[in-house]
Ligand binder design. Structure first.
Ligand code: DU
Ligand code: SF4
Length: 228
C-alpha cells in the first residue's frame, strides 16, 4: 500500500484537477494563510489490512487538499471521525492534521477521486480516469475487506465498477444508491457487504438530511458485517 500511495501522490493525469488543487494550494483560504497546503493527490487513510472501507467522493479543497489526509481538516471529516470514534473505530473524535495522532481501527477511508475538484464536482471523465487507483487499493485490501460504506450517489456510481474490476461480483442490474441501501458482492477472497449512506457533507448534515445517529447506525451495521 505504501508503494501505491507513493505512486498516487505523483499522479497528474487530470489537467483540470491538477490545476485546481495547485491553485487552491497557492491562493489558500485566509484562515490557513500561514499553512503549506498539500496540493497533491490524497491517499487513502487507515490500516492496509482493514476489514471495513469508507468511500467518499473527493478531497475537500481546504480540507484533505490542505492537510494531505482524507477528510482531515474539514467539516465533513468532523462528522465522519466523530461517528467512527463514537462506535469505537477511531482513537479520537477529531482529525486536524497528519500528525494529530488519529488512528483508525480496522477501517480505512478513501475516495474514488483523489484530487480536490472545483465545486466538489469531478467530471465523469475524471471519475473514470481516477478509478484505477481505487481498483489497486481494493486489490490490496481484498484479503481482509468484508464490508464497505459508500457515502453518496457519486461515490456509489464510481465505486461499483471498481469493486467489479477488483474481482467482486456486482449484481446486474446494478443496485441503486440510497441511504440504507445494502447489497452483497461475492468475491474470491470472500463476500463483501456494501452499504449506501448519505454523504457527510454540510449540505446533508446542516439540513438534518443526515443526522449523527443515522450515520452511526449505518457505520455500526457495516462494522458488524465486517466483524469489527
Ligand atoms: O512523500 P512524503 O511527503 O514523505 O509522504 C509519504 C506519505 O505521507 C504519503 O502516503 C502521503 C503522506 N503525507 C500526507 O498525506 N500529507 C502530507 O502532508 C505529507 C505526507
Ligand atoms: Fe490522478 Fe486521480 Fe488526481 Fe486525476 S484525480 S490527477 S487520476 S490522482
Amino acid at each position: 500500500m505504501r508503494a501505491l500511495d507513493r505512486d498516487l501522490i505523483r499522479c497528474r493525469r487530470c489537467p483540470r484537477l491538477v490545476a485546481w488543487r495547485e491553485e487552491v494550494a497557492r491562493t489558500k483560504r485566509a484562515a490557513f494563510a500561514d499553512e503549506t497546503y498539500w496540493g497533491r493527490p490524497v491517499p487513502g487513510f487507515g490500516p492496509p489490512d482493514a476489514a471495513l472501507l469508507i468511500v467518499g467522493l473527493a478531497p475537500a479543497a481546504h480540507g484533505g487538499n490542505r492537510t494531505g489526509r482524507m477528510f482531515t481538516g474539514d467539516r465533513s471529516g468532523d462528522v465522519l471521525y466523530q461517528a467512527l470514534y463514537d462506535i469505537g473505530l477511531a482513537s479520537q473524535p477529531t482529525a486536524t492534521a497528519v500528525d494529530d495522532g488519529l488512528a483508525l481501527h480496522g477501517v480505512r477511508v478513501t475516495a474514488p477521486v483523489h484530487c480536490a475538484p472545483p465545486a466538489n464536482k469531478p467530471t465523469p471523465r475524471e471519475r473514470d480516469d481516477c478509478r484505477p487507483w481505487l481498483v489497486q487499493e481494493l486489490r490490496l485490501l481484498a484479503p481482509t475487506l468484508r464490508a464497505a460504506v459508500v457515502l453518496g450517489a457519486f461515490g456509489w456510481q464510481a465505486a461499483l465498477p471498481a469493486f467489479a474490476a477488483a474481482g467482486w461480483e456486482v449484481p446486474r442490474p446494478r443496485p441503486a444508491f440510497g441511504h440504507g441501501a445494502r447489497t452483497t458482492l461475492r468475491g474470491g477472497a470472500g463476500a463483501l457487504d456494501l452499504f449506501g449512506c448519505f454523504h457527510v457533507s454540510q449540505r446533508n448534515t446542516f439540513t438534518g438530511r443526515l443526522t449523527p445517529a443515522m450515520l452511526r447506525e449505518i457505520l455500526r451495521e457495516a462494522a458488524t458485517a465486517a466483524g469489527l
